[in-house]
Design a binder for this molecule. Structure first.
Ligand code: B12
Length: 212
């Protein structure tokens, strides 16, 4: 079943994907296991695009199907974790020049289920918008998302502008996205980075616990 689901995502075959996700639930798969399989399929879609076999329309369609599945009630993070104490406010956005928002959505959903107030500024968010919203909303945490290589520079510009406005020491910053490495993370000047939404949540939870 796992191989079939990955293949269906690779083929951007919506009907089969939805049917196989149903089957996965029926046989006891958990949402995070299903997300892992979908991500593997998306990697294949990305590779097909890189090699010229797929077009932008295929990327778009795969994104639409992924989002459709994520929006299903049964995919939401465990409700037993909800109603926890308020843990703080997270301001989040995909950085300037980048329109990818599925990983951001995953992180936001998990953060909400862990008791954080999440304010999502959307995609293609400029450094100035982040700064304006930090001044206005005073969040404890800023989460920057980006999956394009060019997002690294946008993240750096955002952190630099926060610094220039004298706001850096009042906020913890986590950057997330596949192109990030230890090296690019240091270049950006954030407090943490992750290529995985769940790991990112564990990092911010450790910050929140330190503050309590
Ligand atoms: C769907 C898709 C699109 C859709 C996006 C739809 C949407 N609503 O997001 C559309 C069609 C818009 C798109 C456009 C483009 N795309 Co695109 N896209 C993809 C694809 C196939 C899947 C992305 C995805 O959603 N994956 C699943 C999610 C769950 O993964 P994710 O977003 O990476 O999130 C994970 C981590 O990054 C991390 N994470 C992300 N955010 C955050 C935030 C925090 C705080 C934390 C802790 C973690 C975290 O956690 C998640 C896992 O748990 C990828 C291929 C791939 N393998 O990813 C290419 C890919 C990202 N796209 C690519 C490209 C080149 C483009 C275009 C430039 C194509 C073009 N010529 O126009 C444009 C760029 C448009 C723009 N300005 O942004 C390249 C990027 C190469 C690079 N690194 O620079 C990829 C890798 C494809 C490839 N192999 O060539 N794309």
């Amino acid at each position: 079943m796992e191989e079939l689901l990955i293949q269906a995502v690779k083929d951007v075959n919506e009907k089969d994907i939805l049917m196989l996700v149903d089957q996965a639930f029926a046989t006891g798969y958990k949402p995070d296991q299903i997300i892992e399989l979908l991500k593997k399929g998306m990697d294949c879609v990305g590779k097909e695009y890189e090699t010229g076999n797929y077009f932008i329309a295929d990327l778009m369609m795969s994104g639409i199907i992924f989002k459709e599945i994520l929006s299903q009630e049964r995919m939401q993070p465990s409700t037993s974790k909800k109603n926890q104490n308020y843990n703080g406010t997270i301001l989040i956005g995909t950085v300037k020049g980048d329109l990818h928002d599925i990983g951001k959505g995953l992180f936001s959903g998990l953060a909400l289920s862990c008791g954080y107030n999440v304010i999502d500024l959307g995609v293609d968010v400029s450094p100035q918008t982040f700064v304006d919203q930090i001044i206005k909303l005073k969040p404890e945490i800023l989460a920057l998302s980006g999956v394009l290589h060019t997002a690294i520079k946008s993240m750096k510009n955002t952190v630099d502008l926060i610094e220039e406005n004298g706001l850096r020491n009042q906020i913890k910053i986590i950057v997330g996205g596949n192109p990030l490495t230890q090296e690019t993370f240091h270049f950006i000047g954030a407090d943490a980075f992750s290529r995985d939404a769940t790991e990112g949540i564990n990092i911010i939870k450790s910050w929140t616990q330190e503050q309590k």
